[in-house]
Design a protein around this ligand. Structure first.
Ligand SMILES: Nc1ncnc2c1ncn2[C@@H]1O[C@H](COP(=O)(O)OP(=O)(O)O)[C@@H](O)[C@H]1O
Ligand SMILES: [Mg+2]
Length: 317
């Protein structure tokens, strides 16, 4: 549904995105995750036909965004970073207006507006001026205009920014319910946000893709080695040394009765040998389980590693 190859964008001399290539399948919900300045909004503006790239190719819903931006816009609903909601208009009037802009046929316009209002729970405020609404409601108006023409693709730039926790949950549920029928890309600089909504994550850092995977895949791939936690009855330095010498073990650290055993990534599974050795050396194994690596750590690792390799090239925030 979305195919991007070698997309690059310069703002004057500054490279904002650098040779991005990725695909999004029909019905997927994909998250762009990255710190501020990573290039999320820039990529989204290009995919929506809002702004041209400097180089590369992007095809959205079968249309090239450079050759046929009009067809792209017809098939894409876009919630920009700052939703373009006209404060002096009433919610319903504004949605009718955006429906006309998207060339929703007059015969189905009022039905489309009604649907969009229902999906985003705007019924109570449909006759109020947008300027008088809270941030959360305005954001919903932004979502309603993105959904109105029932587009195949939705591009949502930081859809929950500035919302309170209750509103965040509501918007997340709404976005999740859109997957399947619609293909969705959303951006966020907040890790739990993308993990709560998205099936696949593209981590952007300094305009480049630092990683692209499912949530589980990302967790697995980014672990340098697999770390297991082992609780023993009688820890001994002799026992710890013996485990350390097992081929495939890259390190053992101990903290009282808790040992952290790190296995070399990609080597064969030696968990049974570790437990056997601990038992043989009289340590008495009480528990053996994988140590959880937090996604925050992984995200930090990914984006800061990228910073090192990108430090040489000009740019920045
Ligand atoms: N209109 C612009 N003119 C010049 N530089 C820009 C402009 N918009 C964004 N940038 C720069 O491009 C980079 C990527 O920005 P952006 O796509 O907004 O990132 P994100 O949405 O991930 O925070 C940043 O370094 C930013 O300062
Ligand atoms: Mg942005």
């Amino acid at each position: 549904m979305i195919s991007v190859s070698h997309l690059t964008k310069f703002y004057g001399p500054r490279k904002a995105i650098d040779d991005l290539s990725f695909e999004v399948q029909k019905g997927e919900i994909v998250g762009f995750l990255g710190p501020n300045g990573a290039g999320k909004s820039t990529t989204m503006k290009i995919l929506t036909g809002f702004m041209p790239a400097t180089d590369g190719k992007a095809v959205v819903a079968g249309h090239d965004v450079f050759e046929d931006p009009i067809s792209v816009k017809r098939n894409v609903g876009y919630l920009p970073e700052t939703p373009p909601v006209y404060t002096e208009m009433k919610v319903k009037d504004y949605l009718e207006f955006t429906g006309k802009l998207h060339q929703v046929p007059t015969t189905s316009l009022s039905k489309s507006v009604k649907n969009a209002i229902e999906r985003t729970s705007l019924g109570d405020v449909q006759n109020r001026l947008i300027g008088n609404l809270s941030k959360g409601y305005r954001q919903r108006v932004g979502l309603a205009q993105a959904l109105l023409h029932n587009p195949k693709v939705l591009i949502l730039d930081e859809p929950t920014v500035g919302l309170d926790p209750k509103q965040i949950i509501e918007i997340r549920e709404l976005i999740k319910s859109l997957g399947g029928d619609h293909t969705v890309i959303l951006s966020s600089h907040i890790l739990p946000e993308v993990t709560a909504i998205c099936q696949r994550i593209i981590v952007l850092a300094r305009g480049k893709i630092a990683a692209e995977d499912s949530l589980e895949g990302l967790t697995m791939r980014m672990k340098k080695g697999l770390i297991y936690s082992m609780e023993v009855k009688k820890p001994s330095s002799e026992g710890v040394d013996a485990i350390r010498k097992i081929p495939g073990i890259s390190g053992v650290s101990s903290n009282g009765s808790k040992l952290l055993v790190e296995m070399t990534a990609g080597s064969r599974d030696v968990r049974d040998q570790v437990v056997e050795m601990a038992v043989n050396r009289g340590m008495g194994v009480l528990e053996f389980s994988p140590e959880k690596v937090s996604l925050e750590e992984i995200f930090l690792q990914l984006t800061t590693e990228e910073n090192h390799s990108a430090a040489a090239h000009a740019g920045g925030m």
